[in-house]
Ligand binder design. Structure first.
Ligand code: URP
Ligand code: ZN
Ligand code: ZN
Length: 461
């Protein structure tokens, strides 16, 4: 099957020009002005933007957590992602303490196979790494799982101590893998949580108030120091605060290979959105938590000036009416996480509308940098001959109102209910196949392929 996209305004991280794109056998083969090539399908993209498909490198689909399981599986989650213009994602396979990484990877493969509608890769969350198992990391890298997430939070469940962090970093660097860090000081947070509960402070807002920004800043600082000692690049996930940002900016000024991501919820929501009546605040319980509003400007600044390279979602949805209710009367029992996989491209495009970032930077932080950072470039993340034909035709005029009543995520609330955005995906193409045409989903469950990723920095400089 061949496809010709005519007259679109092609936006990549670097370029902005009008041309035609010819696609055959899942790849872009030719780009040029007024291409005269016969094609099975022709799409007229005049007046529209043509961008590389979005890449969300931080999702938790079908994740067992807090006595329940995140409500989007690989079928519903990838379908919702596609509607929003995301054509690849990297989910987190999670090693259970005392179990092998191999078991986690097989489990996550089984979750995705036959379900995913877009291409997917995995990071591995390492929770346990006895010296005897260190070579298991090398095994993961050979299978295309070239990044590992560690937690400085959630003692006894996910948290790694400094020795384990250092050991993982050292070994990961030898194998060309990237270490991603959830940076919050879990030990101190645990004490603050116990103190709050003892004082009868059980409402969802105390989830936020027991996780101060200084605990994020401290953990980011420690991550940077450990990575410097181990001599490895490090990627700080879901950065939320100026405390963290300052440490990252300072390390980057010193020339250290320190990278960061933030997520739309931290750019658009704040503590001002909490303090709702009843149990409503549980909808916005995730970690790290929402911060004081002034941090948003700092984060947008970081996205613009490259202190932050990537915007992902940390999509980890739980239904309000059933799952979040597990924490009624005790905020520590609220499953941590929120839905966002569908609206990342739109919310970041709103940043273009509001002059926070340029069109090129929009593409860079939502597609190109994710592909580069995680060993998928140039197969993914750009529009060029020879690359996968993952393309979104974006209508800058198409208005939408975000709502749980109309979204495609399998979750009963939206974090952005009622928010109006001008600009939306119109046609979404994954490896040359149109999978979204306006409101119609044309992709099939199981069509998504596993992305065997390269090692860090091996495919770009
Ligand atoms: O609350 C969150 N973010 N849940 C997902 C797991 C994580 O820490 O990324
Ligand atoms: Zn995390
Ligand atoms: Zn996460």
């Amino acid at each position: 099957m061949s496809l010709l996209i005519k007259n679109g305004r092609i936006i990549t991280a670097e370029h902005d020009y009008t041309a035609d794109i010819f696609i055959e056998k899942e790849k872009i083969t030719t780009i040029g002005v007024s291409l005269d090539i016969a094609a099975d399908t022709i799409i007229n993209a005049a007046g529209k933007l043509v961008i590389p498909g979005g890449i969300d490198v931080h999702t938790h689909l079908d994740l067992p957590s807090g006595g329940t399981t995140s409500s989007d599986n690989f079928e519903t989650g990838t379908r919702a992602a596609a509607f929003g213009g995301t054509t690849s994602l990297i989910d987190f396979a999670t090693q259970s303490k005392g179990k092998k990484m191999r078991t986690a990877l097989d489990t996550w493969w089984a979750k995705a196979e036959g379900k995913a509608t877009i291409d997917y890769g995995f990071h591995m969350i390492v929770t346990d790494l006895p010296e005897a198992d260190i070579e298991d990391l090398g095994g993961m890298v050979r299978e295309g799982v070239t990044s590992f997430k560690l937690f400085m939070a959630y003692p006894n469940v996910l948290m790694a101590d400094d020795a384990m962090i250092y050991r993982t970093m050292k070994y990961a660097s030898q194998k060309g893998a990237l270490v991603a860090m959830h940076a919050e000081n879990g030990g101190v947070i645990d004490l603050l949580v116990q103190q709050a509960l003892a004082e009868g402070k059980t409402d969802p807002i105390y989830h936020c108030l027991t996780r101060p920004t200084t605990s994020e800043g401290e953990a980011v600082n420690r991550t940077i120091a450990l990575s410097q000692m181990a001599g490895v690049p490090v990627y700080i996930v879901h950065v939320t605060s100026n405390d963290a940002l300052e440490k990252i900016a300072e390390a980057r000024d010193r020339g250290l290979p320190v990278f960061a991501e933030t997520c739309p919820q931290y750019l658009y929501l704040s503590l001002d959105d909490m303090h709702k009546p009843g149990f409503e605040d549980a909808k916005l319980v995730f970690s790290p938590p929402l911060r004081e509003k002034w941090n948003q400007d700092k984060l947008w600044g970081g996205v613009k000036n490259n202190t932050v390279q990537i915007v992902s979602t940390d999509h980890c949805p739980f239904n309000f009416h059933t799952q979040k209710q597990l924490g009624l009367g005790n905020f520590t029992k609220i499953p941590n996480g929120g839905p966002g996989i569908e609206h990342r491209m739109q919310l970041m495009y709103d940043g273009v509308n509001n002059k926070r970032i340029s069109l090129n930077r929009w593409v860079e932080v939502t597609s190109t940098n994710p592909a580069k950072m995680f060993g998928m470039f140039p197969q993914k993340g750009t529009i060029a001959p020879g690359t996968d034909a993952d393309i979104v035709i974006w209508d800058q005029e198409k208005e939408c109102v975000i709502s749980a009543a109309t979204h495609h995520m399998a979750v009963d609330y939206s974090m952005y209910e009622g928010k109006k955005i001008k600009g939306n995906a119109e046609t979404v193409i994954s490896r040359g196949e149109v999978i979204v045409d306006n409101d119609a989903f044309l992709g099939k469950a199981g069509r998504g392929k596993f992305i065997k990723r390269s090692t860090y920095g091996s495919t770009w400089q």
